[in-house]
Design a protein around this ligand. Sequence first.
Ligand code: 0O2
Length: 268
Amino acid sequence: MDVINWKEELLPYQQAVDEMIVKFKSIQREFKKKEIHSPIEQINGRVKTISSILEKAAKKNIPVSKALEKLEDIAGVRIICRFVEDIDKVVSIIKERNNIDMQILEEEDYITNTKKSGYRSYHITVKYPIFTISGKRDIIGEIQIRTLAMNFWATIEHSLRYKYNGNMPEELKTRLQVCAEAAFKLDTEMTTIRDEILEAQRIIQTKNNLVNEIINNIHNLHFIANVENMNEFNKEFINLYQEGNIEKLFEFNRQLETMARLYKVQYS
Ligand code: 0O2
């Protein structure tokens, strides 16, 4: 059997993970910029470790030489959502891209069909094309979509599963199943105060965007238009910010925009 050059073989998987992360982060950024609730809360990705590949191949009776070809989650991206309903939105977003920049091969809904362990998550197996210096390659990867609560449970259960290496005591399994139900109950309860949470999120986002605009305007007026009394504006901004009155901040920004128009400052 040829020696596998793992470092080289895993490189395209890393590229696929990196590219997918960039794409999902862009979607998240777009929602935030438009001050719309983003169904994507966090994005993580990883290439399976060599020991985890070997372990899974052994578990599934796959020869090591076929592991890269047969295992479908070597490239893995995880999308974490705030609410259970957000999972459907993320799934729709991915489906819209089907046959455009990725191809959906399989879907597994472990939310409706909860695993015996208590595991909940939505899995989408995709074929993702990448372009390397040797040409085009299709990488098979798995996108896992779950809520913060589901992720909390899965992370804890995963480490315990690892600790017991397939021999988890029955009592612990049962307790974990109870915890999984409690996590799902938390998700359901959170949904009932969803509007309240979304409103809080929107206020924070509006304020963040406004502060960025003000800083940008002050920066442009000072460094591009060389407007002199910007120190005064800066102080006024800090005072208004500390006062915490968003309406006054909006008014202040309008003044800056009027000045910028006067000086015909180019926005960056
Ligand atoms: P890692 O370290 O996260 O990559 P399976 O035969 O069920 O193990 P298969 O056939 O590839 O795996 O399909 P499936 O069910 O889609 O599972 C793939 C991944 O889902 C797992 O990868 C886990 O990440 C996650 N997963 C599935 N079931 C469970 C579970 O009961 N508990 C936890 N915590 N995660 C689960 P790996 O390779 O097991 O692990």
